[in-house]
Design a protein. Structure first.
Length: 292
């Protein structure tokens, strides 16, 4: 017979599979998934509180919801995530909950929600790299041209990094302390890979993730990559953090009057599958940092 946590995990995985499939196919996460996870999380917390006659279960679920809400708002308003990903995190916050205490430490760093967030960072990094590599392969010609352009634009930074590397290697040879040596090499390696990953990411974005879209095909939340300005009036643009329905209606009206033909849209990476993978990893391994 299924135990309570197992039943919850099966239901949540079902919701996350639906979110992942929708994100891959339509580039959007249905609201019924997001709000459904919130309802499931709070309801299960309430049910456990009633059965155990202990208010903490419901309080932990609500604490997880609002903690995830804070993080999701930060990610959304800094332009890192779309609305669907942000709401998905809020739902999972309600499901996983955040056990807290009145005294220090106020929260357990090994709690399911914090473990999930750590795993999400790790999984998302590898997921984004693989997705970017696939896009670069599928659009290899355009990617190659854009990569050369990006390498040229970052030529000064690359020269400075090479100079820094040469100085650092001399320092490593002159220093006997193994800890300092490892520290210098680690910082240098991080800078090196960080710079080139940034160049590769920009090349992928510019060559593979921008497309001209008919206004009739726009959906709420699409990221507009370039300002649309008609008769001196700005209709929409990158600063909007996703296009709104009212802006789409304006663009459709302008399209029908033949004042706008297409809109440059940035097609983001569908991150819902990484939420599913991170959740499964959390169930199996817990916090990956602690596990390995």
């Amino acid at each position: 017979m299924l135990q309570f946590p197992q039943l919850q995990n099966l239901i949540v995985i079902g919701f996350l599979i639906a979110a992942a499939l929708s994100d891959l196919k339509k580039r959007e996460v249905p609201n019924w998934v997001n709000y459904g996870l919130v309802v499931i999380g709070v309801s299960f917390g309430l049910l456990q509180s009633v059965i155990a006659a202990d208010w903490h279960f419901l309080a932990f679920s609500v604490a997880g919801l609002f903690s995830a809400l804070d993080l999701a708002a930060l990610m959304f308003y800094t332009g890192q995530w779309g609305g669907g990903d942000s709401k998905l995190l809020i739902g999972l916050g309600a499901v996983l909950g955040l056990p807290f205490a009145a005294a220090s430490p106020f929260a357990d760093i090994g709690s399911p929600l914090l473990s999930f967030l750590v795993n999400l960072v790790v999984v998302s990094l590898f997921y984004a790299i693989v997705w970017g590599a696939v896009l670069a392969y599928r659009h290899s010609k355009r990617f190659g041209i854009e990569l050369n352009r990006q390498l040229k634009s970052y030529s000064l930074f690359r020269r400075l990094l090479l100079a820094l590397s040469a100085v650092s290697l001399v320092m490593v040879l002159a220093i006997n302390d193994i800890v300092v040596r490892v520290g210098i090499i680690s910082v240098l390696t991080t800078l090196f890979f960080g710079l080139y990953l940034s160049i590769l990411a920009k090349a992928v974005e510019k060559s593979c993730m921008l497309k001209q879209l008919n206004p009739l095909k726009l959906t709420e939340g699409d990221w507009i990559a370039k300002d649309v300005i008609i008769s001196g009036k700005r209709i929409c643009g990158p600063k909007d953090l996703g296009i709104e329905k009212s802006q789409i209606r304006q663009l459709v009206s302008l399209y029908r009057r033949k004042k706008v033909r297409t809109v440059l849209v940035k097609e983001g990476i569908p991150f819902a599958p990484s939420f599913l993978l991170a959740y499964i990893v959390t169930i199996i391994f817990g916090n990956l940092v602690f596990a390995f």
